[in-house]
Design a protein around this ligand. Structure first.
Ligand SMILES: [Mg+2]
Ligand SMILES: [Zn+2]
Length: 242
């Protein structure tokens, strides 16, 4: 590869940057019965709506903002991931984008607790905010009453990460020599289809993205390089060569 001058690193958040799933973790910590209820209802209610509903139920039983923040701060997050992104950013040629189906409060709370609040150029996710009573109000990024994505790759309702990545590249206006995408889930398949032959997906093993790459990668025309990893220490190793 010729020398890369401008590089974009795109991160999924849950199980990619972090070693857990924020939406599920806070209920596992604070209200396991709500976690069970989410598992029961997840095929009936759209996921972001279900998390919003569960947050309202948690609030109604007096689970506090501080408790939720604490649960986020103790969520598994590998020190090697902090080193990997900090060192790569310090080398100067890399822009970081977060594309996540979690929400703005979960992500920024965790990033702040790791000293990474300045890492991302943009965090594309579902909007959330604390109301004065300590309820975390969450809504879908894509208004369910407005136009929905037209993606045919199998993206679930709300965000299509492929469309979101293309929209970021358009409004950002920079030509990147290399795009790296770090992901683990089935909804990370659509954006990596938009990558070019010089780009790289860093796919976490044993999860939905690996299965989709194996089953659909060739038929859907996946062009980018594929590198697999299991633990963040391997991302640290791989990022040192970017
Ligand atoms: Mg994920
Ligand atoms: Zn899509």
């Amino acid at each position: 590869m010729s020398e890369v001058m401008k590089q974009l690193v795109v991160f999924d958040f849950d199980w990619s940057m972090a070693d857990q799933d924020t939406d599920r973790w806070i209920f596992e910590v604070l209200a396991p019965d709500l976690r069970r209820k989410m598992k029961t209802l997840k095929n009936e209610i759209q996921w972001t709506d279900l998390v919003a509903q569960s947050l309202r139920e948690a609030h109604s039983r007096s689970i506090t903002k501080d408790q939720i923040i604490h649960a986020l701060e103790i969520m598994p997050f590998h020190p090697a991931m902090v080193r990997a992104v900090t060192n790569l950013k310090a080398r100067g040629k890399t822009t970081f984008l977060c594309l996540s189906n979690a929400n703005s409060v979960f992500i920024t709370t965790i990033l702040k607790s790791k000293g990474l609040q300045e890492l991302f150029e943009e965090i594309v996710t579902n909007p959330a905010e604390w109301d004065p009573s300590g309820l975390l109000k969450l809504r879908r990024r894509v208004d369910p009453d407005g136009p929905q994505h037209t993606c045919a790759v199998g993206c679930s309702p709300n965000m299509c990460k492929g469309e979101e990545l293309e929209a970021f590249l358009l409004r950002n206006g920079v030509q990147y020599d290399h795009i790296a995408y770090i992901g683990d889930g089935t909804n990370d398949f659509c954006p990596i289809l938009r990558l070019r032959s010089q780009d790289t997906v860093f796919c976490r093993t044993s999860r939905g993205l690996q299965k989709r790459i194996e089953h659909e990668g060739e038929s859907q025309g996946l062009k980018c390089n594929i590198q697999y990893w299991g633990g963040a220490w391997e991302i640290e190793e791989k990022f040192s060569k970017l």
